[in-house]
Write a protein that binds this ligand. Structure first.
Ligand code: HEC
Length: 165
């Protein structure tokens, strides 16, 4: 009897853990498909040119960033977020990274979703490769992302405006 209880408790927690993983995977899949398309996005300052990253690495030499319509609507006429303003829920910002040979590497993604339990500072943080594999799942700790994105000059945790004025 005792064994059966232990066994079913074990099975129950295994199922709980598995379904948590699936939730993360499903949300990652959905976020990837919203991010991998350029449709409905506007490139930063209307320009899709690749810029030299200010945090260069071999896989991260060039970057370009785009904003979905909700995020874009929060930007001023100069294409930047006014100092002190913040992005509304549903804002989606995608940074494409390219290596030194101009090969696409990853999508780095921030989506404003303050009610999502995986959010940090109001944003979901994720990175996906071209096939949608989560290099950094939204369910992973986002403290590494945030530690950098709260550097001086950030506007609502977005770095681009100050780095590429
Ligand atoms: C070492 C510091 C650092 C870390 C760690 C970091 N970022 Fe960034 N991120 C930057 C900088 C700086 C930029 C501006 C573009 C550039 O220079 O590459 C940026 C740009 C971005 C952008 C475009 C919008 C913006 O803020 O400019 C997104 C999206 C993004 N990062 C997502 C992430 C995610 C997701 C993580 C964690 C998985 C992460 N970043 C970790 C420094 C960092």
């Amino acid at each position: 009897m005792k064994n059966r209880i232990v066994l079913s408790l074990f099975a129950f927690s295994a199922i709980a853990v598995l379904s948590m993983c699936n939730k993360a995977t499903d949300e990652d899949k959905a976020l990837f498909s919203r991010s991998a398309t350029t449709e409905g996005f506007t490139w930063y300052k209307g320009n899709d040119a690749k810029l030299e990253s200010t945090i260069p690495g071999a896989h991260h030499k060039y970057v370009r960033t785009r904003f979905n319509a909700i995020a874009q609507a929060a930007l001023g006429s100069d294409g930047t977020l006014p100092v002190g303003a913040s992005f509304p829920e549903g804002s989606l910002i995608v940074k494409e990274s390219y290596d030194e040979n101009d090969n696409f590497k990853i999508y780095a993604v921030m989506e404003k979703a303050p009610n999502n339990s995986a959010a940090g500072e109001g944003w979901l943080w994720a990175e996906y490769d071209a096939d949608g594999k989560a290099v950094h799942s939204i369910s992973k700790s986002n403290s590494g992302c945030i530690n950098c994105h709260n550097d001086s000059g950030n506007r609502d945790f977005v770095m681009f405006f100050d780095r590429f004025p």
